[in-house]
Design a protein around this ligand. Structure first.
Ligand code: TEU
Length: 553
């Protein structure tokens, strides 16, 4: 089958299923709930959905711990529901990208269970299992994982062996060195593609190959051993193998969650002739407001640093690969109040929306982002549910220096901020469910909900709708070359998207004060395609004003 690169024309909406819409009164989102909201997504204008994991799972990490790749977690529904979802999406011209979590399984997966029951199980080599040091008293090395703990756990039933888990204890890492395991994964990919799934978002895909020495590394503040387990020696080989044995036969798309990858590494993953992935998510921009890539070490946001980072990736992948564009997902706190925006002024969210949406690449919207949902403002850990926060909190508790300053930071940056139920209306449980949900509803549901956004002409929802329409109709958004204009300004983010005869100019004022921007003299009112203000002055930008011009060169 010919691959059509449809992802270059896609606007992708991420659904976090447990929090999207409950249809069966258990306070937990489900597939039928999603189906009931597809017309809403159609109205927004998106043409692809990325669905976070719905596979069978004990839900230690909300489904990123899969116990059966070919079945659905019962509270979400059945395989029949999944087929119906694919069908209903396709009927509306919307594609479906599933989450692919193959760096690890759940410890409840039958492969891992078989190893626990029988130390000689043929599945033992599906995992990374090593003898501990000192006759098993100490783990095989000093590596630490992503949730703040050591990366090894005693293998149940064994005296001296440990298994590697770069995430929670219930997420043992798979051993990609084993060709049988790779073959199982390829079969599973075909299973979903044959059901009609259009592509995959590949969870922590840069971790699948590990250096095989398994030696201790120089201790770090976080992620000791990462030079051995991120971008490992056989990563490209494995990805190319999946491509040539599976993807090449389908009109599919893959986007890799490439944690800790530099531009140079990303190029190797997405240059089309290398046949590995179609796109990557890089996290440089979400690390702008922290130190050392650790979100608990909060750092004041700087627009200049953001521009530098955007410029780096836009220029760096131009005509070599394809960018993915996002400001939110289920692991990040909400963008409202972040990246130079403020909760009190919806115009600031419009500025941010315009600025990221019209860059080169495929834009993603995370559920609730389109109506401006905010962080949940948790006041205690009891209100949260995330295993990451639970584990990190234990680490913070142990170290007095951290305990003092970091408890509140941890709540502020908790992933649960973006995982509260989607606010559909202002009823008790925000129209998400009619019983108490698995995590509390955002207290500002009366002000920020879908029903209200649909009614108000100037809502963020309608602004996104316009942006999506504009992106679809304007080839320059897809193809134009990126050129940064406002490098030095601490408040203004302006850039061009240059084509052969025309160009787009995007100008946003990321401050709550009027700002003079002299370059505005160059462009004519008549060329203004849209803005978040009805009237625009000559060389002054109003607080959080954003404008898009289309200009003949
Ligand atoms: O996230 C990978 C990842 O790097 C995150 O753990 C990230 O470092 C952290 O969330 C920042 O706060 C993916 C999934 O998106 C995440 O939900 C899973 O928990 C994780 O993989 C394990 O599958």
């Amino acid at each position: 089958m010919k691959r059509t690169n449809w992802f270059k024309d896609a606007v992708i909406y991420q659904i976090y299923p447990r929090s999207f819409k409950d249809s069966n009164h258990d306070g937990f989102g489900d597939i039928q709930g999603i189906i009931s909201k597809l017309d809403y997504l159609k109205e927004l204008g998106i043409n692809c959905v990325w669905l976070s994991p719905i596979y069978d799972s004990p839900q230690e990490d909300n489904g990123y711990d899969i116990s059966n790749y070919r079945d659905i977690y019962k509270p979400f529904g059945t395989l029949e529901d999944a087929k119906q979802l694919i069908n209903e999406l396709h009927k509306r011209g919307i594609r479906l990208v599933m989450d692919l979590v193959v760096n690890h399984t759940s410890s409840e997966h039958k492969w891992f269970q078989s190893v626990i029951k029988d130390n000689n199980s043929p599945y033992k080599d599906y995992y990374i299992i090593r003898k501990g040091k000192n006759n098993g008293k100490k783990p095989p090395n000093n590596w630490s994982g992503f949730f703040g703990e050591g990366a090894w756990e005693k293998l149940p039933g064994s005296e001296d062996e440990y298994y590697l888990h770069l995430f929670a204890k219930g997420q043992p890492d798979l051993n990609w060195e084993n060709p049988k395991l790779r073959s199982e994964i390829k079969d599973m990919l075909k299973f979903w593609l044959d059901l009609g799934v259009d592509g995959f978002r590949c969870d922590v895909i840069t971790l699948i190959s590990k250096k095989q020495d398994f030696k201790s590394r120089f201790p770090k503040i976080a992620l000791t051993g990462k030079d051995a387990y991120v971008n490992g020696p056989r990563l490209h080989e494995y990805l190319h193998e999946l491509y040539k044995d599976v993807y090449v036969n389908y009109d599919t798309m893959t986007v890799g969650e490439t944690v800790l990858s530099t531009l140079k590494q990303a190029r190797l993953l997405v240059e089309p002739e290398r046949e590995e992935l179609d796109m990557v998510f890089n996290f440089d921009h979400t690390d702008i407001d922290n130190y050392f890539g650790v979100k608990y070490f909060y750092r004041k946001f700087s627009l200049r640093r953001l521009k530098k980072c955007v410029n780096h990736w836009q220029k760096g992948l131009y005509q070599r690969g394809w960018n993915s564009l996002f400001i939110e997902n289920h692991d990040q706190r909400r963008s409202v109040g972040r990246f130079g925006t403020v909760e009190e002024d919806i115009n600031s969210s419009k500025c941010l929306a315009t600025t990221y949406f019209l860059l080169q690449g495929t834009p993603f919207i995370y559920q609730g982002q389109e109506i401006g949902m905010t962080n949940a403002h948790f006041s205690s850990i009891e209100e949260t549910r995330d295993v990451e926060l639970a584990n990190i909190s234990k680490v913070i508790e142990k170290i007095p220096f951290f305990r003092r300053g970091m408890k509140n930071v941890a709540l502020d940056v908790s992933r649960d901020n973006a995982r509260t139920p989607m606010c559909w209306d202002d009823s008790e449980y925000a129209g998400f469910s009619d019983v108490e949900p698995w995590i509390r509803v955002n207290p500002n549901k009366d002000q920020i909900n879908v029903e209200k956004s649909l009614k108000e002409e100037n809502s963020l929802f309608h602004f996104y709708q316009k942006l999506i329409k504009f992106r679809k109709e304007e080839p320059l958004v897809k193809e134009g070359e990126f050129h940064l204009l406002s490098k030095g300004s601490p408040h203004i983010f302006a850039y061009e998207r240059i084509g052969e005869e025309e160009k787009l100019v995007i100008v946003s004022n990321f401050s709550n004060k009027e700002r003079k921007y002299k370059k505005l003299k160059k462009w004519d009112y008549d060329d203004l395609v849209f803005s978040n203000y009805e009237e625009n002055s000559y060389v002054h930008l109003k607080p959080f004003e954003t404008r898009v011009y289309k200009i003949k060169k």
